[in-house]
Write a protein that binds this ligand. Structure first.
Ligand SMILES: Nc1ncnc2c1ncn2[C@@H]1O[C@H](COP(=O)(O)OP(=O)(O)O)[C@@H](O)[C@H]1O
Ligand SMILES: [Mg+2]
Length: 383
């Protein structure tokens, strides 16, 4: 079976790496030359909304998926009418707009922080009244890895509401006056993500499967490190809550494929941050650390096959390699290290690969993780 993947980045590459042993072939739809997925299948090189490119991509495919959430809505609908696209255009639409996403969470009783929409300068006063500082202003669409966001702190300089309005106004100007969401800044004790998969075979008992909750640490808005099992959830109480929320979300969207939902852990419980309708960076550890990786399970779900076990092979820690070409030989000197490179050129702030450490016990990974953190030596843009 040939599977179409919109996008040819590292997630496409890892889908290909997981699917080839199962006999799948791949066709990627990707505008840029020299993409990470190029070695794994056929590439249709065209802009994402190019009708001729879409025709060539969809020809003789029975199913397709995508590896990033900024697929144009018209492209998703066009594909959905011709073949089986999973996750659905509806799931994609929810994830593409932070206002719609937060509303979907709220409607399902999944806790979110206070939010307000800003589409014109006139909305700012009402938004500041609804969401006090400190807050985060984010573009509704197209943000990733902390891009398109401004954190607005309630310093002593922000003495009154008028100062807060001026602060939001200047942040909104900086973001280009595009439609934005203003969110309360959440004082969290940890960040976690729940990765789950739902298959097309609704009659099948193992309809939804959950990976263990993952704890995530970000630097400059970019995922730095993921640990599973999550050290912040020794009793499994948070996992049970996260899984109940994600099950509700998947059922409501009649979801097919892997989903990732990010949560803030607060003293009052979980607060949902965002969802990704795709395989997710915080699930990369599952390649080495799970019986069936998130990539393989996504393909199984999209192709209508049985899901594989999401049980762990031990404790895992994943560390991203960002901005600076890693010295692989050094990384491989570290015990328990598995290196994954994406075949991308080094550029500040760019995800170039990751290292997963896996061992029977979490305590075996403390020293190796510290060594990998040093070797990773991130290079971020200077601003
Ligand atoms: N409202 C918030 N309060 C506190 N921290 C936040 C908030 N929103 C985002 N962050 C921080 O920024 C990171 C990236 O933001 P996120 O909304 O997940 O956007 P992205 O799409 O870039 O991943 C989060 O993982 C968290 O560390
Ligand atoms: Mg995020």
């Amino acid at each position: 079976m040939k599977i179409g993947v919109v996008g040819g980045g590292q997630l496409g590459r890892m889908l290909g790496l997981a699917g080839i042993p199962l006999g799948f072939q791949f066709r990627f739809f990707e505008p840029s030359s020299d993409c990470p997925a190029a070695a794994l299948g056929e590439i249709i090189r065209a802009p994402y909304d190019d009708p001729d490119g879409l025709e060539r991509f969809a020809r003789d495919l029975s199913c397709a998926t995508y590896e990033f959430e900024n697929v144009p809505a018209e492209t998703a609908h066009w594909l959905d009418e011709r073949l089986s696209l999973a996750p659905s255009p509806k799931a994609l639409a929810v994830a593409q707009d932070r206002i719609v996403e937060k509303a979907a969470f709220r409607d399902l009783g999944i806790p979110v922080q206070a939010t307000a929409s800003i589409t014109s300068a006139a909305d700012i006063v009402t938004a500041v009244r609804a969401v006090a500082l400190p807050a985060v202003l984010k573009t509704r669409r197209l943000g990733y890895d902390g891009k398109g966001q401004r954190v607005l702190r309630a310093s002593s300089a922000v003495a009154c509401n008028a100062d807060a309005v001026a602060l939001v106004q200047s942040a909104w100007d900086e973001l280009g006056r595009v439609p934005c969401i203003l969110e309360s800044f959440v004082t969290f004790t940890a960040e976690v993500s729940q990765i789950a998969v739902r298959s097309r075979r609704r009659a099948h008992a193992a309809d939804i499967a959950f990976y263990p909750l993952t704890q995530n640490e970000h630097r400059s808005g970019i995922l730095f490190k993921s640990s599973s099992p999550a050290p912040c959830d020794p009793t499994g109480e948070l996992a049970a809550q996260a899984q109940a929320y994600v099950a509700r979300l998947m059922e409501s969207l009649d979801y097919v494929g892997v989903i990732a939902v990010e949560f803030f852990v607060t003293t009052g419980g979980l607060i949902a941050n965002e969802m990704a309708p795709r395989v997710h960076n915080s699930g990369h550890w599952t390649i080495d650390g799970s019986v069936t990786s998130q990539f393989e399970n996504h393909l199984r779900a999209v192709a209508g096959l049985s899901l594989g076990s999401t049980a762990s092979r031990g404790a895992s820690v994943m560390i991203n390699l960002v901005g600076r070409a890693p010295i692989v030989a050094r990384l491989l000197e570290v015990p328990h290290a598995h290196v994954h490179l994406y075949g991308k050129g080094a550029r500040a702030g760019r995800k170039l690969g990751h290292v997963t450490l896996i061992a029977p016990m979490a305590q075996d990974l403390v020293d190796p993780a510290a060594q990998i953190e040093l070797l990773a030596a991130w290079n971020l843009p200077s601003h």
